[in-house]
Design a protein around this ligand. Structure first.
Ligand code: HEM
Length: 133
């Protein structure tokens, strides 16, 4: 059974562009991770202010393996480095609650792009799709 893992990011309005820029330059390593099925970066339009990083995996184990992998670290290397820099400069901690070393936060000079991150987990009960692009 596939699982969906959504990282919900709180992003101040003035940091949205920066966040999207980071994602457009992302490592792209997640695509080649074993058990990876889908990724989307979702920009909020109505009903929430949070960006969602949607990922879908063949199994919980595949997701866990990716999170512990070099690919995850590489995908968050800049975020982690900039967070460390932000802290050295007295920047804020990103303040999300899931103790991974990479992506612990990601301040960058003017402050973190996301001020918080929350990981949501789901099991896929049903799905259907048709992609038009
Ligand atoms: C710990 C809090 C986290 C924060 C603040 C965060 C933020 C970010 C940011 C800013 C990027 C863009 C790349 C960069 O700047 O280096 C990124 C990449 C990414 N994040 Fe996170 N992230 C976190 C944890 C997670 C988790 C738990 C997931 C699982 C759903 C996830 C999924 C992804 C994916 C799939 C990418 C693209 C990586 C690639 O292309 O290989 N992130 N994240």
């Amino acid at each position: 059974m596939s699982v969906v893992k959504i990282n919900a990011l709180a992003v101040p309005a003035e940091m949205r562009e920066e966040l999207e820029r980071r994602f457009s330059n992302r490592a792209g390593m997640v695509e080649s991770s074993d058990g990876f099925e889908w990724f989307e970066l979702l920009r909020p339009v109505e009903g929430t202010e949070r960006y969602l990083v949607y990922t879908r995996w063949r199994s919980e184990e595949d997701f866990q393996r990716w999170q512990e992998s070099q690919a995850f670290q590489a995908g968050h290397a800049r975020a982690a480095a900039e967070a460390a820099q932000g802290q050295a400069a007295g920047g804020q901690e990103a303040g999300h609650g899931h103790g991974q070393a990479a992506g612990q936060g990601h301040g960058h000079g003017q402050g973190p792009a996301a001020t918080g991150a929350e990981l949501w987990s789901f099991e896929v009960v049903q799905s259907a799709g048709h992609k038009n692009d």
